[in-house]
Ligand binder design. Sequence first.
Ligand code: FAD
Length: 289
Amino acid sequence: MKFTERLKTGKKVFSFEFYPPKTAEDTAKLFATALELMKLSPDFVSVTNSSSGVAPYRTVALCGVLKAQFGLEVVAHLTCLAHTKSEIAGICGGLVKMDITNILALRGDPHNVEADARRSDYSHASQLIADLKKTGGFAVGGACYPEKHPEAPSLDADIARLKEKVDAGAEYLITQLFFDNAFYFRFLEKAAAAGISVPVLPGLMPLTGYKQMQNFTKLMQVGIPDALRKGIERWDGDKDGMFKFSVDYASAQAAELLKGGAPGLHLYTLNRSRAAIAILKNVRTDVAV
Ligand code: FAD
C-alpha cells in the first residue's frame, strides 16, 4: 500500500530521511544504514535536495537506487531554489521512469545555494506544488513549522501561507524538527482552524551534542525545553551517555505524539541507523504500533 493511502486509513506511518552523500566512503555508510533500516519496514524514506549546481541530481540518483536496489518506497525532495521549471519537468519525467511517484516540494534555503546557481522560476513552495500537481500522478507533500518558519511574521501568518500550499495540492505535511510536543499539538489546532485537514507527520531527531543544540536554536529557531537542555549539558562529551539520553528523550517524545494522535513519525537520520533503530524499537514496544 502506498504510504499516502496508508495515511488516509489512519494507520501509523514511519519514515526516515537521508541526504545524498558526497564521498564514496559516505555512500557506503549510507547503503549500510539503508540495509539496517529496511529491516524495520519503513513506509517510505525521503532524500533531501540541498545544494546547487549538479548536486541536486544526486537526490534523483539516490532515490533511484533506494527504490530499484533496496525496494524502498521513496520520496524525492525538490526545491524551488535548485531548479528551473524546465529542469523540474525533466526530473519528473525521470522519476516517473523510475516509478517514483512521491515528491516533497520545498522552497529551499538561499544560504544553502550559491547565488549564481540559484533558480528563480518559483518563489514559494506553493507554486512548485501547483506545477507538480499539473503533471499528474505524483503524491506531493510540503514542509511545515510548528514554531513558525523563521521568516514568517507570526505563526498565524505562516499557517495562512501553509493553507495555500495545501490548496495548491499538498496531500501531506512533514514538520520541521521540534523538541517540545506542545508546539506540535498547538500547531495542529491552529492548522485545523485554518481549514488544513491533511496529515501532519512530526519530524523528530535526537540531539547529539551541545554544539548541535546551539546550531538548531540559531538556524531553525526551535525551542529547547529545560529538561532537554540540562540533559545535553550534563552528557556533552560522553558519547554513550549522550546517545542514551537523547534516544530516551526522542522515544518519549515519539510515544506521546503517537498516543496523542500523530499519524506517524518521520525520523531525521543524518544517514545513521543506530538512533533511529533504538527509537523505533522503544516506540513500538511502548505504543504497540
Ligand atoms: P515556503 O512554503 O515557500 O515558505 C517559506 C516562507 O515564505 C515562509 O515564511 C512562508 O510563510 C512564506 N511564504 C509562503 N508563501 C508565501 C507567499 N506567497 N508570499 C509571501 N510569503 C510566503 N531545504 C532544502 O534545501 N532541501 C531539502 O531537501 C529540504 N527538506 C526539508 C524537509 C522538511 C520536512 C522541512 C521542514 C524543511 C526542509 N528544507 C529543505 C528546508 C526548507 O527548504 C526551508 O525551511 C525553507 O526556508 C522553506 O521552505 P518551504 O518549502 O517551507 O517554503
